[in-house]
Design a binder for this molecule. Structure first.
Ligand code: PLP
Length: 413
């Protein structure tokens, strides 16, 4: 048993890293979408081959489909330390927040207040801001225009007894700084408000205990965390009684349909259980078997992931810190308790498009621009289309891949 990540074993689980032409690329665009392990691919194949039908009936393939979806719900509940009724699948986080905004608004009155940030991805921002058209007062918690980081002192003065909601990211997909969700939840709950947390960029790097965070909603996109292209949200049990049903009228009272106005992608939901199967395969390769449950064993694994991810981005951040005219967005340190391993930066000497092009030439997968954190990149004083260059690692990346990126940056930055 080894307690350092066995990267060969891990990478062998991902066809994109072994069998396909994609393996020639150093995939550092994980914040846009991660690769998928064979545990997930096998489930997709199985469900499309043997259970591609309407679930909930008594014929064989339908039973299989139902069982697969139920298993995914259970796996997600266990991974997030949530209850089964607190897990909702939807097409994507952007569409889940769209539904949530309608569900919340029905319980609010004109003059009620909500707080959004300008650090968030637009998915957890625009839908809330639009409620201003319906008489809701929208306040903006602004990130520091130099570092892109949020300061809790700045939101403390925005919270008052009319605050109904704070929508905030756990870690921005550009600034990557980890926001203190438990502290924010306590502040908002003290005035009877709710907190909606965008965990899309955080969850690939740390196991999330929604009860410890005491959040009301936690948003997650499975396709950024080694799964199929679906969104999932945790909604705390007592919140469901407070927000309006968004499903068909005759399903009112069925919690699993409350935030699901359309039929979901059954096979992809079923395949999401493969994320848990993947973690289990990696866990049993690195640790003795335990009977402590999925959350505890996966948590051990994420400690290894975090240590490895820190070791990957530390040299990248050190290089960027030392480079004249280069600005790192978010925290300049690799410490995983402070930032996710998503590194966005801009250079005074070269446009982000030029640096991006050089990285692509060297077969480093990455992107540049605003990454839908348009408000943040604009607030940083950058032209959003050129924006920042973003290199984002996950646990399957290697030091060799980072070195390839560093070689290019040394020549172009
Ligand atoms: C931090 C963050 N939140 C939300 C989203 C939107 O997720 P989805 O594509 O599932 O709508 C993204 C997508 O890039 C993201 O990075």
């Amino acid at each position: 048993m080894t307690h350092r990540l066995d990267l060969d074993f891990i990478r062998a689980q991902f066809p994109s890293l072994t069998d396909s032409p994609t393996r020639e690329w150093a995939h550092l665009e994980n914040a846009g979408g991660s690769y998928v392990p064979s545990q997930v691919i096998d489930l997709i194949t199985e469900l499309f081959s043997h259970a591609k039908c309407q679930p909930s009936w008594d014929f064989g393939p339908s039973v299989l489909a139902t069982e697969a979806m139920d298993r995914s719900r259970l796996v997600m509940a266990e991974l997030f330390n949530a209850g089964l009724d607190e897990i909702h699948f939807g097409p994507s986080t952007s569409q889940n927040t769209y539904v949530l905004a309608h569900a919340f608004r029905a319980g609010w009155s004109e003059g009620d207040e909500i707080i959004v940030t300008n650090q968030d991805h637009e998915a957890n921002s625009g839908v809330w801001r639009r409620l201003a058209d319906t008489g809701i007062v929208v306040r903006e918690w602004q990130a520091d225009p130099v570092t892109g980081r949020l300061d809790v002192a700045d939101v403390a003065v925005l919270i008052n007894e009319r605050t109904r909601l704070l929508a905030v990211t756990h870690a921005s997909n550009v600034a990557a700084s980890v926001n203190p969700i438990r502290e924010l939840a306590d502040m908002v709950h003290a005035v009877g408000g709710r907190i909606v947390v965008d965990g899309v960029s955080y969850a690939p790097h740390a196991l999330v205990d929604v009860k410890a965070l005491d959040c009301d909603v936690y948003l997650y996109s499975a396709y950024k965390t080694f799964g199929p292209h679906i969104g999932m949200m945790y909604t705390r049990a007592d919140l469901l009684d407070e927000i309006a049903h968004q499903g068909h009228y005759f399903n009112a009272g069925i919690s699993s349909t409350k935030l699901t106005p359309a039929g979901p992608d059954h096979a992809m939901i079923g395949a999401a259980a493969g994320i848990g199967d993947y973690f289990d395969a990696i866990h049993s390769h690195h640790f003795e078997a335990t009977d402590t449950g999925r959350f505890a064993r996966t948590s051990e694994l994420f400690d290894l992931f975090a240590a490895h991810e820190e070791s990957l981005v530390a040299p990248l951040l050190a290089f960027l810190r030392d480079r004249d005219g280069v600005r790192i967005v978010g925290a300049p340190e690799a410490d995983h308790t402070i930032r996710a391993p998503t590194i966005a930066f801009a250079s005074e000497r070269h446009s982000s498009a030029e640096i991006y092009a050089a990285l692509i030439d060297a077969k480093v997968s990455c992107g540049h621009g605003h990454f839908y954190a348009h408000r943040l990149v604009t607030a940083l004083g950058l032209e959003p289309e050129d924006g920042v260059v973003r290199l984002s690692a996950v646990h399957y990346n290697t030091a060799v891949e980072i070195d390839r990126a560093l070689e290019v940056l040394d020549a172009t930055c």
